[in-house]
Design a protein around this ligand. Structure first.
Ligand code: GLA
Length: 677
């Protein structure tokens, strides 16, 4: 890789970044934002035109790629580490910056503290997503205790104004939280041991004329902060939140952070589109390409733990008849699992419910032309299980402290090879013996005290290791990431999986907001969206089958109810919904996604391209206006003409005035195809 001695410039299609290379220092952040013309570089060194303010060190330390402690940087440092209280300052003595294409590797060494930090930045010109990861090497003699290592330190311009992050809980994922950026530090930290429902590891920052997005590809504890900088800019750091003593690097040992995906675009829709493109490019599909997302039937809300082989076969018959393509047998199938108090860990079929094993049901399903999928929750164990009785020490614990159960279960120590081997053997056994095309991989609790020494990080890496091993041995099997619904939705687990279970709440009204938040970060084809029963189990609310179909349409469509109990009319409507999904899925899951709000509470989203869109309009509350105003579609080409349903429009009319819509009732939706002529 050629070495650089002045500027690092990475260009995407619509964004650029500029770092100033200074000998013997960490490069200084000069710019990240909308695309600069080629050659549009700063006129000179940053320090050349900023005099030292009063009451300031003579050495001026601007925002750098890895801001260190104890060098005159008073903002949040990108690294906090020490060796028994010493070597706590980080001041770069040597910097080697190399660049090839739109990828740069910057290696920073502090010869005094004997620490090396290498940052890799790659700006993908196709998606405009910048991927950043950082490694830290202990080059000293003693153990280096690491408290914090930012995976990325990103600059935000002085005109950044607000940040949208996402909070929530089980059954209520992706609750948008808007905060103004002020001189107080903004910080979101998650200590639940998995990605969490409560704190999405990413955010979107609004600035004047553009928006910035970043997300951490990690399924464990995480932290992000935005910190005001003395020169009016901001720094945005994202990384893994480490617990005390969690990372203690022996001499020569290396810590590698998860990756950060970051992007700058015209607005939040642009940020989402860039993220979708980047995640799509990272996906590892069986057969190297995504096939049309099959319509699911999931047994959970229709059957819960009450598995009856004959009834499930009837359900499969009804599913095949309705046009369903994948049948997922959820929780309740394994050894003595009759409720949520027992058996996690005992991954063999219950011989009372399935006297001949799962083979007959699985073959019945595949015989009907559907794929057979199975639910598992490998990282968990119930104290009341054969596994726990045989290996009580396999659960994460701290000697002398009581074990804290959640949903009656404990967490296995995924850092231990024998635990992973046991799980591999069990899962590989099922996958080899049965015609299983799909695993729904659940994780139904947060982690509390994760081991004698905090093992949150080991836990994530252990699970990734098990997933990778299974993917390598069974490359045709797709995997769904679930954690009580959307507790583990992140770009890290997406490397190994093919679908997210977005939420256990499939009430169509609740789902509108949850799915809109989800789409800010991840593409629709990975978004599990089901038609559930009415009343909805999570909320008790009742919605029409048409509305339930409508809300499930944009994602990876599924059905989660007992089809045998549906009325003729609902079954027919569901059949229409399934047929429409099949007709549109190729286009719903290929292009870009735009989301917006019309007047009077109208919500819309459009999937596709500026010349071929599927427009989904959703109304939750009844219309308050006698006549609806036009729905403006800003992404269309004003120079083209468009067909919408039966009518023809000038593109400019749809962009500026908007589409005239028929009156919509509350809890209803409209799907329109908008095609350039
Ligand atoms: C979690 C999942 C559900 C279902 C249950 C089974 O809550 O999110 O979809 O699989 O576990 O116990």
């Amino acid at each position: 890789m050629p070495q650089l001695d002045s500027w690092i410039v990475l260009n995407g299609g619509a964004s650029s970044l500029v770092l100033e290379v200074v000998p013997g220092e960490a490069p200084l952040w000069r710019y990240w934002g909308p695309r600069l013309r080629d050659g549009a570089l700063p006129p000179g060194a940053l320090r050349s035109d900023r005099p030292t303010p009063s009451f300031s060190p003579e050495f001026d330390q601007p925002l750098s790629l890895v801001p260190g402690l104890g060098q005159g940087w008073f903002g949040e440092p990108g690294l906090k580490a020490h060796r028994e209280g010493r070597d706590w300052t980080f001041q770069v003595t040597d910097c080697v910056a190399a660049q090839e294409g739109q990828r740069a590797v910057i290696t920073l060494t502090d010869r005094v503290a004997k620490i090396a930090v290498a940052v890799t930045l790659a700006l993908d010109p196709m998606s405009d997503v910048l991927t950043v990861a950082t490694t830290l090497t202990n080059q000293g003699e003693g153990v280096l205790e690491v408290q914090w290592l930012a995976a990325a330190v990103l600059p935000l311009p002085d005109h950044a104004r607000s940040v949208r992050s996402f909070s929530g809980r089980h059954n209520t994922e992706f609750v948008a939280v808007d905060d103004a950026l002020t001189r107080s530090q903004w910080r979101r930290e998650n200590r639940r041991g998995l990605t969490s429902h409560d704190c999405v590891p990413g955010a979107v920052v609004q600035a004047a004329g553009c928006a910035y997005g970043a997300q951490l590809a990690w399924s464990g504890n995480h932290c992000q902060l935005i910190d005001w900088v003395d020169d009016g800019r901001w720094q945005w750091q994202l990384g893994e939140a480490l617990m005390p003593g969690e990372v203690r690097l022996a001499p020569g040992q290396v810590l590698t952070t998860p990756e950060v995906l970051a992007t700058c675009a015209a607005d939040a829709n642009g940020v989402a589109q860039n993220f979708h493109a980047a995640i799509r490019a990272r996906m590892d599909w069986p057969g190297a390409a995504m096939r049309p997302r099959p319509v699911h039937l999931n047994t959970w809300e229709g059957f819960y733990f009450d598995h009856d082989e004959a009834a499930l076969k009837e359900l499969a018959d009804a599913a095949a008849k309705a046009g369903i393509e994948r049948f997922v047998l959820d929780d309740g199938w394994f050894h003595r699992r009759n409720d949520d108090t027992t058996s996690l860990g005992d991954w063999w079929p219950d011989d009372a419910k399935y006297p001949n094993g799962l083979g007959p049901l699985a073959e019945h399903v595949t015989g009907l032309g559907m794929e057979f999928g199975l639910w598992v929750e490998p990282e968990m164990v119930n104290p009341d299980s054969e596994l726990y009785r045989a290996h009580p020490d396999w659960a994460l614990q701290v000697a002398g402290r009581s074990l804290i159960t959640a949903r009656n279960q404990l967490v296995l120590d995924m850092g231990r090879a024998e635990v992973r081997d046991y799980l591999y053997e069990r899962l590989a056994g099922l996958l080899s013996e049965l015609p299983i095309g799909y695993l729904k991989w659940d994780h139904n609790r947060d982690l509390t005290a994760a081991g004698e020494r905090p093992s949150f990080r080991r836990q994530v890496l252990g699970t990734h290791d098990l997933l990778a091993r299974l993917r390598a041995a069974f490359p045709l099997v797709e995997i769904e990431a679930c954690a009580g619904g959307g507790g583990r939705i992140d770009a890290g687990i997406a490397r190994f999986t093919h679908r997210f279970w977005t939420s256990d709440n499939i009430d169509a009204i609740s789902r509108v907001g949850i799915q809109r938040g989800y789409l800010q970060f991840f593409p629709p084809e990975l978004m599990g969206s089901h038609v559930g029963a009415a009343p909805a189990h999570a909320t008790g609310r009742i919605q029409t089958m048409r509305f339930r179909n409508h809300v499930a349409l944009p994602g990876h469509f599924g059905v989660e109810l007992d089809l045998r109990k549906l009325s003729e009319r609902d079954l027919e409507r569901l059949g229409e919904g399934i047929a429409r999904y099949k007709a549109l899925r190729g286009r719903l899951h290929a292009g870009q996604v735009w989301q917006g709000e019309g007047a009077d509470g109208l919500l819309w989203q459009a999937h596709g391209t500026a010349t071929d869109l599927i427009l989904m309009v959703t109304r939750i509350d009844p219309q308050t206006q006698r006549h609806a105003p036009g729905l403006r579609l800003p992404m269309l080409d004003p120079a083209r003409r468009y067909r919408v349903g039966e009518a023809e429009y000038a593109g400019a009319w749809l962009v500026q005035h908007g589409l005239s819509l028929p009156p919509l009732r509350g809890e209803s939706g409209l799907v329109l195809e908008v095609t350039a002529l």
